[in-house]
Design a binder for this molecule. Structure first.
Ligand code: URA
Length: 477
């Protein structure tokens, strides 16, 4: 293989054969191909993209750069869920015990937070004692005995991706759909599940801000999953405002536990989190064959919340992975951050938007996130929202509370958090929470008015703004 020829061919818009992709990835992983050549090749991919065949080959070679787990000796149909990442996205924490309580085996390999988005591993590790680095034998044992296991990527899984992602991060080559799709799926396909549910986020707080790009990524992910023989269903979902009410690691555990303990289906500010969780968990149940449709799957999921089995399953997972069950049972005994800052509304009106990206960045400032992988996070810092988009407020009403152990960041955090909220005189147009579903049959655009159930938030239904004079005049004509 002449590496310069391969770089040149990609640069000029040509394609590489399966063997050429294989030797490029293998020699990079073994350290034989220097980073400067891989950097040039990745930049050529960024500009020239990949053919469909190349994308599938790329994902497959990345997957086989390491161990592909075989879970066939563990009974049950295994289904995992993956999100491309967002702000306040604690769906995995709630969904894994719900799906497991329905009898689905959930093997989940998750990531850490980086940049403005949070990571499931950091959230779980905020539970005292919780271990996310299990050996493969322990991973299988927890899955077998509890029905769900949540761990981090091991060194054996997709090592090529670990090395290539670090290089892409410093060479401005992350934002390339076939590279992203191959990177995500190489890890997801290695964990041994039979089927996958994907949540592709779009909007201000997402990696893929434009809907069209998110859809393109979703199609690539589903295509790779299906080509690897795993049934794969993706949803493109809104990430323009934070999901739920709590942002930050321990704070998101608290919100998740409160949702899991709710038996009457009334989730307040966590309604969007639970709509998404039930949709995705219901899809997992349907894929496992325990329900004929997603709706039937959702009904089974709701029953595990109503009878408390999903919450008990969460406690079982915590116990099996070394976490303190007492800290979950007594959430209020956990020491909070030393400083709390309330942010209030400057005027009467309706919340028009809450900038998810800014909330994620303010969380980093407060101590909840990282800008570099080596950064330490403060598990108890973060933000609690008291209003969501569409809700009414009066001047002086609390919009959010920020939590931190670092008093030096308070003035900047308070000012930026206040500006993340836009309050206007009239209720905003509802934004659909779920925008599209992608499966092996193609894309279905979903146009629900505000959320999966199609209902407008209660605050909007109750408090419609009075018609303005102008509107009255127009209607009289
Ligand atoms: N997440 C991944 O795992 N890989 C990418 O390339 C981007 C996001």
């Amino acid at each position: 293989m002449n590496t310069v020829d391969l770089i040149r061919r990609k640069r000029d818009g040509g394609t590489l054969t399966r063997e050429e992709w294989g030797s490029l990835i293998d020699s990079f992983t073994d350290g034989k191909l220097p980073e400067y050549q891989m950097s040039a090749f990745l930049m050529a991919c960024y500009f020239r993209g990949m053919s469909r065949e190349e994308m599938l080959t790329f994902a497959d070679r990345m997957l086989h750069s390491g161990v592909v787990l075989d879970l066939s000796d563990i009974p049950g149909y295994k289904v995992d869920k993956h999100s491309t990442g967002g702000v306040g996205d604690k769906v995995s924490l709630i969904l894994a015990p719900i799906a497991a309580a329905c009898g689905v085996a959930v093997p989940m390999i998750s990531g850490r937070g980086l940049g403005h988005t949070g990571g499931t591993l950091d959230k779980l590790e905020s539970i005292p004692g919780f271990r996310t680095s299990l050996t493969i034998a322990e991973y299988k044992e927890v899955l077998r005995s509890v029905g769900a296991v949540l761990i981090g990527q091991t060194t054996e899984i997709a090592p090529a991706d670990k090395k290539m992602y670090a290089l892409r991060d410093v060479t401005a080559t992350v934002e390339c759909i076939p590279l992203i799709a191959g990177s995500i799926m190489s890890k997801k396909l290695a964990e041994g599940s039979d089927a996958l549910v994907l949540d592709i986020k779009t909007g201000r707080g997402a990696f893929m801000k434009e809907f069209g790009k998110a859809l393109e990524l979703g199609k690539a992910l589903v295509e790779i999953g299906e080509s690897a023989g795993k049934r794969t269903i993706g949803y493109v979902t809104d990430m323009s405002q934070p999901l739920g009410s709590h942002i930050g690691n321990w704070l998101e555990v608290v919100e998740s536990v409160m949702c899991l303990r709710t038996t009457d289906g009334k989730y307040g500010l966590s309604t969007d989190v639970m709509d998404l969780t039930l949709l995705q968990a219901g899809t997992m149940v349907m894929l496992s064959g325990k329900a004929r449709t997603v709706e039937e799957g959702m009904t089974l999921c709701k029953a595990t919340l109503a009878d408390g089995t999903a919450y008990t399953k969460f406690l079982d997972i915590v116990r099996a992975q070394g976490g303190s069950v007492a800290s979950i049972e007594r959430l209020d005994a956990h020491p909070p951050a030393t400083h709390q800052i309330a942010v209030s509304a400057f005027r009467d009106g309706f919340v028009q938007s809450i900038d998810a990206m800014e909330c994620g960045l303010v969380s980093i400032l407060l101590g909840a996130g990282r800008t570099k992988m080596e950064d330490r996070i403060d598990p108890v810092s973060g933000i609690v929202l008291h209003r969501k988009r569409g809700m009414s407020v009066r001047k002086g009403d609390p919009l959010a509370t920020a939590y931190t152990n670092d008093p030096s960041v308070i003035p900047e955090a308070a000012s930026r958090l206040g500006k993340a909220f836009v309050v206007g005189p009239r209720p905003p147009q509802p934004v659909p929470l779920v925008k599209a579903r992608i499966d092996s049959h193609g894309v279905k655009l979903i146009g629900s008015r505000s959320n999966v159930t199609g209902k407008r938030p209660a605050s909007i239904r109750k408090r419609r703004a009075k018609p303005t004079k102008k509107r009255n005049q127009r209607s009289r004509k």
